[in-house]
Design a protein around this ligand. Structure first.
Ligand code: UDX
Length: 441
């Protein structure tokens, strides 16, 4: 099938190359000349495992190409995906200006029946908005249908998730449009749900907000565990053994970040408000998330007797492992708190350092993880990269001034690090007796 994808971010690019690899003729559109140049040379503008390999393969076999012209893409595609960014506006409402601009360009270029698919996360009702914009731009109503096909991929495993989705959701007004997408996804053999446009858009928000709330729930439990001397790891394990709850997304930590959960939670709160429903549950989930990192940093500060004049190492800056994305990363918040307290902060991340350096030039950027520990009074693990789980902690500790390890992701083995002399603290279990911790709400 001839397919066009407008937008080459995490969603658009991965979707484009995977569809090309399945034998579709794919054109990806982007308005950033630097990105297009990289893509033409087989270089991925984003760090995402596996993307470059498929990009090179599909460029070489001619199934994938790029252009800066939405009009050219529209004329090419029987199906045109809109996968451009919808960043949160100042009040949390998703900014749909890029979606609107693309819809208008599609409207003026339509010359044969095209299914226009919204993959960007957009407020409920945006499908109708896209339809109106295409009509206003001169699109003939008999030449297009608008469909919502939300994306559920996770960064870091985006290729796998796109090739092996749990479900395909298609929100369509006409059977003809739904049929076209069913045909496109048929080779994946994935369970499919065809529904109306608004429900499809709501499925995306409801899923992300539910997952974020599940994490906030276990993070709230972690706070009680710290107070009553229980261990949140054991609690999550016991809860997760109930198949009605499930073990996934019950990992307590510094809180959720990234390009989706914070934006979608804020977005659904706003959308609910606009329809006259006060989504208190989601507001509480957001509040738990906002408190988690400051709380753990207060524990560290109490342990250190203040940050002033201390050297603190920070391992991991990306919002989660296997990505270079730092949007709403807890690392930024943690490093800001440490710097504001007067600490020297020595940081490392396998791929996200250049992005963070642009925002926080005051930190010391180390080429390899062991260098962060030199002269450090404590080390804070923020992102649980595999490389950090596998560090030689005896070697790491030997360069430190004090062997204090605060694990913000419950990623390390307490017995192992204690065996080489570390004082170890983590989220959701009480610090060792005798350690003063001022716990504030
Ligand atoms: C998420 C959804 O999982 C995906 O379906 C959707 O399409 C986009 O949003 P992503 O943002 O890539 O994907 O990352 P995800 O793996 O879901 O993690 C989000 C955040 O939650 C990260 O900050 C992660 O550290 C945190 N998290 C996740 C936890 O704190 N505990 C968990 O148990 C799981």
């Amino acid at each position: 099938m001839r397919v066009t994808v407008v937008g080459t971010g995490y969603v658009g690019l991965v979707h484009g190359v995977v569809l090309a690899d399945m034998g579709n003729e794919v054109v990806c559109v982007d308005n950033d000349p630097a990105k297009l140049e990289k893509l033409r040379n087989g270089v991925s503008p984003i760090y995402e495992p596996g993307v470059e390999e498929i990009l090179s393969r599909t460029l070489a076999n001619g199934m994938f190409r790029v252009t800066d012209s939405v009009a050219e893409g529209t004329k090419h595609g029987e199906v045109v995906f809109i996968a451009v960014g919808t960043p949160p506006g100042p009040d949390g409402t998703p900014d749909t200006s890029a979606v609107r601009a693309v819809a208008s360009q599609i409207g003026s270029a339509l010359d044969s029946y095209t299914v226009v698919v919204n993959k960007s996360t957009v407020p409920v009702g945006a499908g109708d908005m896209v339809e109106e914009i295409i009509l206003e731009a001169g699109g003939d109503p008999s030449l297009f249908d608008v469909v919502s096909n939300p994306e559920f991929l996770r960064e870091g495993s985006a290729v796998w998730d796109t090739q092996n989705p749990d479900r395909v959701v298609i929100g369509a007004k006409t059977p003809e449009a739904a049929k076209k997408l069913l045909e496109l996804y048929e080779p994946m053999g994935t369970p499919t749900l065809v529904t109306d446009l608004n429900s499809a858009e709501m499925i995306k928000y409801a899923s992300n907000c539910y997952l974020a709330t599940k994490i906030s729930f276990i993070n709230a439990i972690s706070r009680i565990c710290e107070l009553c001397d229980a261990d949140v790891g054991a609690v999550a394990k016991g809860m997760g053994m109930d198949p009605r709850i499930g073990a996934q997304f019950l990992q307590a930590g510094l809180g959720w970040g990234g390009s989706c959960f914070p934006k979608d939670v804020a977005g659904l709160i706003k959308i609910s408000d606009s329809f006259g429903y006060d989504f208190g549950l989601l507001k509480a989930s957001e509040a738990v998330n906002q408190n988690q990192t400051p709380h753990f940093l207060r524990r560290l500060e109490d342990r250190m007797g203040g940050f002033e004049g201390k050297t603190i190492a920070v391992l991991g800056l990306a919002f989660k492992p296997n990505t270079d994305d730092i949007r709403d990363a807890k690392s930024i918040e943690a490093v800001r708190i440490l710097l504001a307290g007067g600490a020297e902060v020595r940081v490392h991340d396998p791929v996200a350092m250049p992005a963070v350096k642009a925002v926080l030039p005051q930190a010391v950027y180390c080429d390899e993880p062991y260098a962060t520990g030199e002269g450090a009074d404590a080390v804070l693990l923020v992102t649980e990269w595999k490389a950090y789980r596998e560090l030689d902690w005896a070697r790491y500790g030997s360069a430190m001034r004090h062997r204090v390890l605060f694990d913000g992701r419950r990623a390390l083995c307490r017995a192992e690090v204690e065996a080489v002399g570390f004082h170890y603290e983590t989220i959701g279990s009480r610090p060792l007796l005798g350690t003063p911790v001022a716990d504030q709400p």
